[in-house]
Design a protein around this ligand. Structure first.
Ligand code: ITT
Length: 186
């Protein structure tokens, strides 16, 4: 069971876990997230809080976009910043900045009555000069992963869903979860 308010996160996770024949259910459940600088810690604490209430095996994901020249901003505030500033706001903050390096990070916490595990994944790249593409969600139109070209072009995550779903932070983290789950739980 994946507890999330974000339907995009769920759809991406479901696709990845299907490759391992693991069935994922979506649960919408309002809860209070702790405030912390570390997404791993937020994911772990959220999983514990939710398990006390739901009492069934579940996963939660905390994730964010970390921009190097902004000292990791928006990081743990990514969801809030996307709502308040949006991608145009981020592009404005970076105008005239040479170092456009950034990375997405995802940490997934799994919990059941016997196990507590956390799996993190990252994908590194740059923030594009302008928004491109209509797929994906939130920061995808301004994120270009490093070292990958399709038809000699560097694409944003929003320009290629297939590319995103084969290298993303979420792909890396859920793949680690799936490998562990297949050996130890199933
Ligand atoms: P839940 O907490 O309910 O799962 P959320 O969207 O609020 O949903 P987070 O607190 O983890 O999730 O916020 C992470 C934010 O980081 C997310 O809302 C996006 O703005 C951004 N983000 C994370 N992964 C992303 C991705 O793959 N593509 C684009 N933006 C992403």
């Amino acid at each position: 069971m994946f507890v999330t308010s974000n339907a995009h996160k769920f759809a991406e996770a479901q696709k990845i876990l299907r490759l391992y024949k693991i069935q994922l259910e979506h649960l919408l459940y309002a809860y209070e997230e702790i405030r912390a600088d570390d997404i791993k810690q937020i994911a772990i604490e959220s999983a514990k809080t939710l398990f006390r209430k739901i009492k069934k095996p579940l996963v939660v994901e905390d994730s964010g976009l970390f921009i190097l020249s902004l000292n990791g901003f928006p990081g743990v505030y990514s969801a809030w910043v996307q709502k308040k500033l949006g991608n145009n706001g981020i592009l404005k903050l970076l105008s005239g900045t040479k170092n456009r390096g950034a990375y997405f990070k995802s940490c997934i916490a799994y919990i059941d009555s016997k196990n507590q595990k956390v799996f993190c994944g990252e994908v590194h790249g740059i923030i594009s000069k302008r928004k491109k593409g209509n797929n994906g969600f939130d920061y995808d139109p301004i994120f270009i992963p490093n070292n990958i070209q399709l038809n000699s072009k560097y694409l944003t995550f929003a320009e290629s869903e297939t590319l995103k779903n084969s290298i993303s932070h979420r792909f890396n983290a859920f793949t680690e979860l799936a490998k562990w789950y297949s050996v130890y739980i199933r």
